[in-house]
Design a protein around this ligand. Structure first.
Ligand SMILES: Cc1cc2nc3c(=O)[nH]c(=O)nc-3n(C[C@H](O)[C@H](O)[C@H](O)COP(=O)(O)OP(=O)(O)OC[C@H]3O[C@@H](n4cnc5c(N)ncnc54)[C@H](O)[C@@H]3O)c2cc1C
Length: 479
């Protein structure tokens, strides 16, 4: 079985758009319906021209939209030591920005991970659209010169002593700290779930790294050829890319349709919540579309246990009532929480809605720690409403870096973050919804030719071909 089906899964009898030719619109997968009209509008407007793409910011799309509006200013001379815990999207973006915005500072990045994964590409791998090689790069290629890289993991944050301690026993003293550890996928929170089983016995899970995404596609591919019962799940915790479980559902329905096995299949989405997406108008749109696709939805139904060998899953209601269901394919979305080092430290929220997950206690506007003024947070670890996407990192990195420079210069933070979150919601090959919103759940569309609630070929093109270059530009601190 090939790792990716570019050669054999044309949606409409035409060749699927290869990534390297993504801007050659003539070779693209053929969209239909609203997406086709959107594509015509986009092309008529000359929107695929290099000039427009350049204007979108070194790539395009949700990741490359508006940045904080601060005029460029001279680097601040300082001898401060800044430690950045984590070298994912947020950590690298901050390291690159600070290396330009500070002169004379010592910057230390702490993270053992050598490989850099483009996580927004996992849904494309897990649904058979991208080869897995496209989501793996090397962190070393993105770290700026002059930054110290400690290849160890932080096991203890002591913000009262201004130190972090690593799993190798190294104690590092800092003047300023940026917490960028991402989050923890809590597969252990589902009884019987073993992430190593992804790819076996009908178990898929897009979240568990590149290998997990590829194994998920192999499982989905085997399932779609036969059809049967599919269970899609959504936990009750905050999620990174809360749209990913929905994308997996739309694409599963599409793969069944392509294989001609829809009529012998049943797809049911079990949400642990009373909705499937936290922005009401998007929730409604998704539910309407699933109704048309015959995707059933169960609310307040949380995956609590799985018997992988027997292919049986147990769902619990808020009242504790249990329902056991058999399946041929299950998409497991793990509960998510803060990484252990943050959760067990004085940096975590102590009360309120973010305390249970141990999320970082930052002010949602300045992204500065609410109790430790020399500490900032970026990315998935932040205990803020919404905002766990790479697009959030893109929009907030200039704010975190700018506010940190203010604090180093003994000024008050001057930039505010609005919670920008973005999610190109895949509907099928050639069509997506580009959903952008803020902390309040208000839609904040930023491309005039894309209506967030109408399927769009351009939103698909962004997800398929334009967002990875934009993401790399974010890591490098260019946008
Ligand atoms: C399936 C999926 C689909 C997605 N789709 C999209 C999308 O379409 N659009 C979008 O914008 N975003 C999407 N995202 C979300 C996006 O990838 C994340 O929001 C983004 O990567 C968060 O960046 P981060 O730096 O906070 O965390 P990460 O990029 O996860 O990096 C965290 C880093 O911290 C390190 N670390 C962890 N613990 C420690 C420790 N104790 N000490 C030191 N280092 C530590 C890790 O090794 C890692 O390198 C998706 C994510 C997934 C999984």
């Amino acid at each position: 079985m090939p790792d990716h089906p570019h050669d054999r899964l044309p949606l409409t009898g035409k060749a699927t758009l290869p990534a390297d030719h993504a801007l050659d619109a003539g070779s693209a997968a053929q969209p239909h319906g609203d997406a086709a009209a959107g594509r015509r509008r986009f092309l008529r407007a000359g929107a695929a021209s290099p000039a427009l793409l350049a204007a979108l910011g070194g790539g395009a799309g949700g990741l490359a939209l508006a940045t904080a509006s601060r005029p460029a200013r001279a680097a601040l001379a300082t001898s401060a030591h800044v430690v950045i815990a984590g070298s994912g999207a947020g950590g690298l973006a901050i390291a690159n920005r600070l290396s330009h915005e500070l002169q004379g500072a010592k910057i230390t990045v702490v993270d053992r991970k050598e490989e850099h994964n483009y996580q927004p590409g996992y849904t494309l791998v897990a649904t058979g659209i991208w080869p897995v090689a496209k989501v793996s790069d090397r962190n070393a290629d993105f770290l700026p010169a002059g930054v110290e890289w400690v290849r160890e993991m932080v096991v203890e944050f002591d913000p009262d002593a201004n130190t972090v301690t690593t799993d190798a026993g190294t104690k590092i003293r800092y003047d300023f700290l940026v917490v960028a550890t991402g989050l923890h996928l809590d597969y252990a929170g589902i009884e019987g779930m073993d992430p190593k089983a992804i790819g076996t016995n009908g178990v898929g899970s897009v979240y568990n790294g590149p290998a997990g995404a590829l194994a998920t596609w192999r499982t989905m591919d085997a399932f779609r050829n036969k059809g049967g019962e599919a269970l899609m799940t959504l936990p009750a915790t905050p999620l990174k890319c809360a749209g990913a479980p929905l994308k997996m559902t739309f694409m599963l329905a599409e793969r069944l349709r392509q294989a001609g096995t829809s009529d012998r299949s049943k797809v049911s989405f079990h949400s642990a919540l009373g909705n499937v997406f936290g922005v009401p108008v998007v929730n409604e749109t998704v539910l309407q579309r699933w109704k048309a696709l015959d995707v059933g939805v169960e609310f307040n139904s949380r995956l609590t246990a799985i018997d992988i060998g027997a292919r049986r899953a147990t769902f619990s209601s808020p009242e504790g009532e249990k329902t056991e269901l058999g399946y041929d394919f299950i998409h497991v979305v793990p509960p998510m929480r803060a990484t252990d080092a943050v959760r067990g430290s004085a940096l975590a929220w102590r009360e309120g809605g973010f305390a249970a997950g141990g999320w970082l206690e930052v002010d949602k506007s300045t992204l500065r720690h609410r109790r430790y003024p020399n500490v900032f947070g970026i990315g998935d670890i932040n205990g803020t409403p919404r905002g766990k996407t790479a697009a959030t990192v893109k929009k907030s990195a200039p704010i975190v870096a700018g506010n940190l420079v203010d604090v180093i210069a003994q000024r008050e933070p001057s930039l505010d973050f609005d919670g920008y979150t973005s999610c190109p919601l895949l509907l099928r090959q050639g069509a997506a919804l580009l959903i952008e919103f803020d902390y309040e759940g208000r839609l904040t569309p930023s491309l005039p030719m894309v209506d967030p609630l109408q399927e769009s070929w351009f939103a698909w093109l962004m997800k398929f071909a334009l967002l990875k270059p934009a993401y790399v530009a974010v890591l490098k601190g260019h946008v």
